[in-house]
Design a protein around this ligand. Structure first.
Ligand SMILES: [Zn+2]
Length: 74
């Protein structure tokens, strides 16, 4: 699962890492919603986005999204 953010300034969705462990992903989402101190490498509720035009935006954490593997479409 990948952590997905959306930039408030440019609107772009972007990923900032992730995990293959579903339990860790759920814990990360819950911790983010409760404003708990994040574990190392866990997603924070806000992050900085460097937009395509060089601006610095603020991105909101949207959640942990399932990743579709390309080999699952075969
Ligand atoms: Zn942006």
């Amino acid at each position: 699962m990948k952590s997905v953010y959306k930039c408030r300034l440019c609107g772009e969705k972007h990923c900032e890492g992730g995990t293959s462990n579903m339990r860790i992903a759920l814990s990360a989402v819950i911790a983010a919603t409760l404003n708990k101190e994040p574990e190392p490498n866990a997603p924070t509720i806000l992050t900085v986005h460097i937009c395509k035009d060089g601006s610095y935006g603020i991105s909101d954490f949207l959640g942990m999204q399932m990743e579709v593997r390309s080999d699952e479409n075969i």
